[in-house]
Design a protein around this ligand. Structure first.
Ligand code: F6P
Length: 809
């Protein structure tokens, strides 16, 4: 509607201009056509007079002189008569009249009159207007517009000379003497030329009045056509203009809408279409305003929209009838270790635990995991259960004890030497051994047995976690067909070719397809999985609804980006202030006061890109030597899977790289790299998050990476910069980070430099937005989406079962 109004605003002046042009053009056109027609009528008149001239000139001569040429030739002097019509013998006048009356039968000829050489009217036809006369006719005929308006319409006035014919001398000579017109010619008949043959003499004039009504009709027609033409031209021009305007308007609107939507306003994706250049100046302005508005809006809406543990609990009660929830994972949420001062409780460095533990606290239920702590057995009851979290006992942990051989084959061997590198495609060869596979199967079966043993009904909700339990869903399904099995794969899923490397790829796929819902962090991984199934199994895949039907069972394959628990007011109140964290960290590491601090916090894993980020730090110090002495990088690397060669050699390489950089750039008290290769408890990690200027996450491939989300949650001062690998699932959500390709040392070094020099206002702007995202898309929302989907699925299954029963009955 608005577009139409705008176009009308343009079309109205265009129409007025065209009408104006028509008004100027029409009189001009009239004049031109009149001139053409008058020329035509003149030539027509001249032709008519020419054709009649001999007869008319004779009749005129008779009328004037009362003598025939023969009489003239016999010596009668021309002009002897008085030249007045009344004085002429009647038969002479009749001849002239009859000639003129015959001529006037031409339908276009209105009237005709004959004048003598002295402009006396000899004869006029009936319609010839009285009082027009010969002299006036001449005057009108010589005008540019020789029209005469009469009562019945306009007539064209043309006056044409009538000449006396000149006898051919040769012909005259051939005549008998009695008939010959011998010279000298009468003076009135011939104007004697000085030389050459005699010139014809003027006998009189004919006045022809042509009816102009047909011209006016034609002129009107022409006018009509012209107006029609201008109108059509106007219409076509308007149409083209509207189309062009529409197209460019759409382009504008699209660009403007994209800007208003915020596409590319915060951090434009590399291949994002650019807004039209003419909109560029407002893009910056909008960018700033929109961010503020968005922040404001989110702050206002946040609490209302936010998913909390309480809301999740309600969802479980209302949509899943409060059914029992059982979680299965390899890593346990709390590890009990025997310390010098007795049993200590430790939180493992695990993204899985970070995410799932708050969900379990909200949902209660039972968590089944491998009991790996040295004091784990000491704290469980007779059923290997312990209430957690310590002191609260919101849920039960059921510990499974594995022999060292089982742990070796299932966890270190098949899961971490086989599936982990297979799925991460991080240039470490996967190793698959038959005995590891056998152990993996066996341990999966043991956990399946534990699930069945813990289930209080035939349809519990079982949350199976990660690549350690690919076979578990089908094993549980075999024993508890009514169970709702939600499997979440925390690591990437590779393409079908890569997955084909695994000798037991079909068994793994079949195992996972025992799930009701199979979740990945990203759509990309879902697609990879579906393509892998398509490649290796006979299954029906419905890509549109993202389901796979295999052996009469349907699995929904969906993306659920995992997250963290957003800190509540109580937690925030516990945190030491940011300057205090900074002071403590600086004191512990002996850092200068004005240093720019960058931190990396990971498990000591080759997929985390720790070597690449060290190389980037080194490159930064090479490129920008002014930062030597002022830039410090601290890497926390929690030891993991250290019994595997690949991990040990990786750790050694990292240590060597850190030593190399320190050897190159260390000055007196200044040490550019601090490698803290030991486990840090959550509070210590939080202190580092709050103390640092930059957090560096350079995973070579990561399902999600929750360290970056924990970092932004820790920064309630809205300061700090996140440098984030584009190969981490988190990069899809956390677009306000500085996104890097960790394989590109130069790019990563530049990002570090940019982070080090980023103004506080820009840090705030980015951090506020990142915090809103993580707060809104927190882990309760992640769990809620999965559980809500599961509830829908269960309802559908129950209805279908009822319908089947009715059909059978
Ligand atoms: O990245 C997937 C993941 O399961 C994480 O959730 C967890 O941090 C890690 O792998 C497993 O580590 P670990 O082998 O020490 O349990």
């Amino acid at each position: 509607m608005k577009t139409l109004r705008l176009q009308l605003r343009f079309l109205l002046p265009l129409t007025v201009a065209l009408v104006g042009a028509a008004y100027i053009a029409l009189p001009l056109l009239d004049q031109v056509t009149l001139r053409w027609f008058s020329r035509d009528l003149n030539s027509r008149g001249a032709l008519m007079v020419n054709a009649m001239s001999e007869a008319v000139s004779e009749a005129m001569a008779e009328a004037v002189d009362g003598a025939t040429p023969a009489a003239m030739s016999a010596g009668a002097p021309p002009g002897a008569g008085p030249g007045k019509p009344g004085a002429r013998p009647p038969h002479h006048a009749e001849r002239l009249a009859s000639l003129l009356d015959r001529a006037v039968r031409d339908e276009r000829l209105f009237a005709i009159a004959a004048c003598d050489a002295q402009d006396h009217l000899l004869h006029a036809t009936r319609a010839f207007p009285e009082g027009l006369g010969c002299a006036r006719s001449q005057a009108i005929a010589s005008r540019q517009d020789p029209r005469l308006r009469l009562a019945g319409g306009a007539v064209h006035v043309g006056v044409y000379p009538v000449l006396r014919p000149v006898p051919d001398p040769a012909f005259a000579a051939s005549l008998p003497a009695s008939e010959a017109m011998a010279p000298p010619w009468p003076a009135s008949a011939v104007a004697v030329a000085e030389e050459g043959p005699p010139a014809p003499a003027l006998a009189g004039r004919l006045v022809l009045l042509h009816d102009m009504s047909f011209i006016e009709k034609r002129s009107q027609d022409t006018r009509r056509y012209l107006v029609g033409f201008i109108a059509s031209l106007g219409f076509v021009v308007a149409l083209i203009t509207m189309i062009v305007a529409q197209v460019s308007w759409r382009g504008w609107v699209k660009g403007a809408r994209a800007i208003l939507r915020g596409d590319g306003l915060i951090t434009p994706p590399v291949n994002a279409p650019q807004p039209p250049p003419e909109l560029a100046p407002i893009v910056d302005e909008l960018r700033t305003n929109l961010r503020d508005l968005e922040d404001e809006y989110r702050r206002m809406q946040g609490p209302a929209l936010e998913w909390t543990g309480e809301r999740l609990r309600q969802l479980l009660q209302t949509q899943l009838r409060g059914d029992q929830v059982i979680v299965v994972s390899n890593r346990e949420p709390y590890v009990h270790e025997q310390g010098p001062d007795g049993v200590q409780v430790r939180r493992p460095a695990s993204g899985l635990v970070t995410a799932v533990e708050p969900v379990m606290r909200a949902c209660s239920g039972t968590w089944i995991a491998h009991g790996s702590g040295s004091a784990d057995r000491a704290v469980v009851d007779a059923h290997d259960r312990v209430g957690l979290p310590p002191g609260l006992q919101d849920y039960q942990l059921r510990r499974i004890w594995l022999t060292p051989e089982e742990e070796q084959g299932y966890y270190y061997g098949f899961a971490n030497e086989g599936l982990w590198p297979l799925c991460h495609v991080a240039h470490v060869r996967p190793v698959f051994r038959e005995p590891d596979w056998e152990t993996y199967r066996l341990v999966n079966q043991r956990f399946a047995d534990a699930v069945v043993a813990e289930a209080r009904s035939e349809d519990p909700v079982v949350l199976v976690q990660d690549y350690h339990f690919a076979l578990l869903p089908a094993m549980i399904r075999a024993r508890l067909p009514q169970a709702t099995i939600l499997t979440f794969w925390h690591i990437p899923w590779p393409n079908p070719e890569s997955f084909g490397i695994c000798p037991w790829n079909r068994e793994i796929l079949q195992g996972l397809l025992g799930s009701t819902i199979l979740g990945f962090h990203t759509r990309f991984h879902c697609r990879n999985f579906m393509e892998t199934v398509d490649r290796y199994l006979e299954a029906r895949i419905e890509a549109e609804v993202s389901t796979i039907s295999f052996q009469d069972k349907e699995t929904l394959v969906e993306s659920y980006p995992i997250s963290i628990e957003w800190p509540d007011a109580e937690t925030l109140a516990r945190w030491p202030p940011v300057p205090e964290c900074r002071r403590r960290v600086a004191a512990r590491l002996g850092l200068p006061a004005d240093v720019c601090l960058a931190v990396g916090i990971d498990r000591f894993d080759y997929t985390k890109g720790i070597l690449e980020r060290l190389n980037a730090v080194e490159r930064l110090l090479e490129k920008a030597p002014e930062w030597v002495g002022r830039f410090v990088f601290v890497q926390v690397a929690a030891p993991t899977r250290s019994s595997l060669d690949e991990y040990r050699s990786f750790q050694e390489r990292v240590e060597r790289a850190a030593e190399r950089i320190n050897a190159r750039f260390a000055r007196e008290a200044y040490q550019p790299v601090h490698l803290l290769a030991w486990h840090h408890e959550p509070d210590a990690v939080n202190e580092l998050f709050r103390a640092t200027d930059i957090l560096v996450v350079t995973s070579l491939h990561d399902g999600m990476n929750l360290v970056c989300k924990e970092f932004v949650a820790a920064r309630d001062d809205q300061q700090g910069v996140l440098v984030l690998s584009r190969f981490a699932g988190a990069a899809r959500e956390m677009t306000q980070a500085l996104i890097v390709n960790p394989y590109h040392v130069e790019e990563t070094a530049d990002a570090l430099l940019r982070a080090a020099t980023m103004p506080s206002a820009e840090q705030r702007e980015r951090m506020v937005s990142l915090r809103s995202t993580v707060r809104e898309f927190n882990v309760f929302r992640w769990a809620a989406r999965m559980l809500a989907d599961a509830a829908r699925w269960r309802l559908r299954a129950r209805v279908e079962a009822r319908v089947r029963r009715l059909g059978a009955g």
